[in-house]
Design a protein around this ligand. Sequence first.
Ligand code: 1DF
Ligand code: MN
Length: 351
Amino acid sequence: MAQLTTGGSQGYLRIATEEAFSTPELIAAFRDELAAPDPDPGLQSLIGFYLDHPAERPQFIAKALLDLGEGRLADMDARGIDRQILALTAPATNAVHDVDRAAMIAETANDRLAEACRAHPDRFSGMAACAPQDAPRAAREIERAVTKLGLKAVVINSHILGEYLDNPKFSEVLEAAEAMDAPIYLHPNTPPRNMIGPMLEAGLDGAVFGFGVETGMHALRLITSGVFDRFPRLQVIIGHMGEALPFWMYRLDFMHQAGIRANRYEFLKPLKKEKVSNYLKENFYMTNSGVAWEPAIKFTQDVIGKDRVLYAMDYPYQCPAEEVAKLDAMDMSLEDKKMFFQTNAERVFKL
Ligand code: 1DF
Ligand code: MN
């Protein structure tokens, strides 16, 4: 494999858009959640593994998450990554029961992230964390993070203690993101207690599959509940090649419309744009985090639009340099590759 370099000599910069970091405050809260009686099984499966497992990968990840300086920059250099768009790692504040503590963790993380972005403005940009559990405070924090800290988007790690963003209790969060013109990165979480059982039993609850099922469903709920009719300018970014939703699109449209015509569910009301796919094409961006796979990237470009598909690495969870080289080598015009790796991200995150 040829040496990967930063600086754009291949004809584009590489901007990685779903890159994770952590804070000591978040780690302490995860430990307390796991020590409480009857902890969330998804949190236990995911974070229990990354906090304490002796294998090489979780040890590397635990260390890399806390490095917002030289170690991270060296890893970016070695992989030819010009810029990371950073987000507080999943499930972040979504899994913290003490609402005040959750909000403090988000606010402190945003301060730390803004400091790292100020120290390395040519290498780091960031997304704001918040604690949607306290929606008015989350809305204020989104405004502060965008206007005072220069953060570019909002990260929300899918379900919030088993609740979903279409619940009217979270309206102020969506309203603030729309008002700030800040996209929401709907990042995966492990499935909640009432969904995880058979997946956990089979070892399929995490990034291998459960993440995608949970987060894809969350994204769909936002559409079918009419969130984008309430907030038409809201933009949502989903990773992992759109959590497979592009591949579902035809069936989603057919079955959703059949359900609407039959008035089958109280929850399902006709949508202004009628088809689920229209929202996927107009209110969503999709990144290829964890999917360094040319056919899936091209298919998604084809069905939702080349201007809506962005590159992501998912450092430090999945970061082999070989994946970067593989994507560089895609059979795709230089113009399209530049949109994928660079210019779509520059537009969406206002870099
Ligand atoms: C994993 C993957 C963990 C992703 C993550 O955050 C994460 C993993 C805790 O492999 O367990 O963000 N991911 O986005 O694919
Ligand atoms: Mn991720």
